[in-house]
Design a protein around this ligand. Sequence first.
Ligand code: MLC
Ligand code: AMP
Length: 472
Amino acid sequence: MLLASLNPAAVAAGADLDDAIRIDGVSLSRSDLVGAATSVAERVAGAARVAVLAWPTASTVLALAGCLIAGVPAVPVPADVGAAERRHILTDSGAQAWLGEQPDDSEGLGHIPVRLHARSWHRYAEPPADAPALIIYTSGTTGPPKGVVVSRRAIAADIDMLAQAWEWTADDTLVHGLPLYHVHGLVLGLLGSLRIGNRFIHTGKPKPAAYAEAVAEQGGTLLFGVPTVWSRIVDDGDAARALSAARLLVSGSAPLPVPVFDGLARLSGHQPVERYGSTESLITLSTLAAGERRAGWVGLPLTGVRTRLVDESGEEIAHDGETIGRLHVQSPTLFDGYLNRPDATAEVLAADGWYRTGDVAVIDDGGMHRIVGRESVDLIKTGGFRVGAGEIETVLLGHPGVAEAAVIGAPDDDLGQKIVAFVVGDAAPDELADYVAQQLSVHKRPRTVRVVDSLPRNAMGKVLKKELVQWV
Ligand code: MLC
Ligand code: AMP
């Protein structure tokens, strides 16, 4: 069973857990979860796909669990989604209804509310392992986000691999405040907890004080964060010291700066475990609970994962800890393809099963990996969110006050990279940031908009983005 802790027979026989989930001021026991999520399952069973506006609430938890019980693929929609992106996700995914939280604009789709106090004890057969569980929208370098089809098998395999690497058990209390519409917060945090059967605390926002309190007052043992979260915790000092009572701090989704790794070690007494992955591959590399943790390195292949480095001609590169190559991954956790996009799928997923990650890396002779960067400057990681320069440029060019636009990720101490837009035109910078927030999502808005007379271009007319980075 994918959500193994929600086995109705076991729960009925007494394997209950009070406070299995704490989110948004609501506590759900394991039997609450089984009863209410099965009731959701009854209402969605037979649907082809449903959209879940993934605010971090009990309603979202039950909506997602209900879909997984019924075998209905769920399309998590970013809670802060804007108009154009919402329309794209709904149209592309073919979602038939909104389940759970209600959007400001439902785009003509019906809404199925989740009733927290409804209960059903119907027993559903476990859907096939190869069936799609989630369609997670994620950005590419150009065009609107693509729907990554993630199977039940991939999710179960990834959680089991991580449980082994992190010695993650039902005795843990997992804490995070990350969004429930991406791999990190949703697949690992929420679904991981529902599979393994540990307590799960969602802090709402990943504020340093909330993490500290969840450890000190609620017994948090296993903490997940993106580097921005850990960096803010280190800056807080007291919050970092309060984490000493935890068992394991895990960082991922973007590079963890060495000073943040060192700050956590110094203040909390814990060297963080780093792990690496993507929406398409789920998590494939990690350092181990019982192994070396090395600042700046993301670890070893998880059980069942193979990696290789190749050069530009596709030749394999030595694992000498120095030579940089393109990272390819083979894993039981790989996605099934991009929805409606066989062309884009074929570009990254070879017939022999190797996934081209788009990241460049080195591997040392002990199998330890270091991620050096991305092949494309047009894929930005900001606060752990993956954002395509192209999608923002397209929206900016749709604004009447913009004649030309180029977007880059500039180095930023807090966010890793911050989105900076250069535009030629007569629009006001603040108005353009708001426009992107309203069309795409709040987290995709440029933090800086610079109006310039012209963009630096090469002889072919292509914008010189490396030069723009120098301008910041
Ligand atoms: C400011 N705000 C605006 C605005 N300007 N809102 C609308 N329009 C504007 N123009 C407001 C916001 O509403 C919000 O208000 C406030 O500003 C702060 O928003 P923010 O600046 O965007 O948030 P910030 O604090 O910077 O967020 C940092 C963060 C976030 C770390 C919390 O980036 C985050 O949650 N990151 C996690 C990303 C993640 O989970 N990635 C995993 C991908 S999976 P208010 O009042 O609401 O605060 C993956 C695989 C793997 O990568 O390996 O894991
Ligand atoms: P996403 O699809 O949002 O999950 O983003 C995946 C990308 O995030 C990867 O291809 C990497 O570029 C980056 N990433 C994830 N984890 C790490 C990490 N630990 N260190 C460096 N980059 C990471």
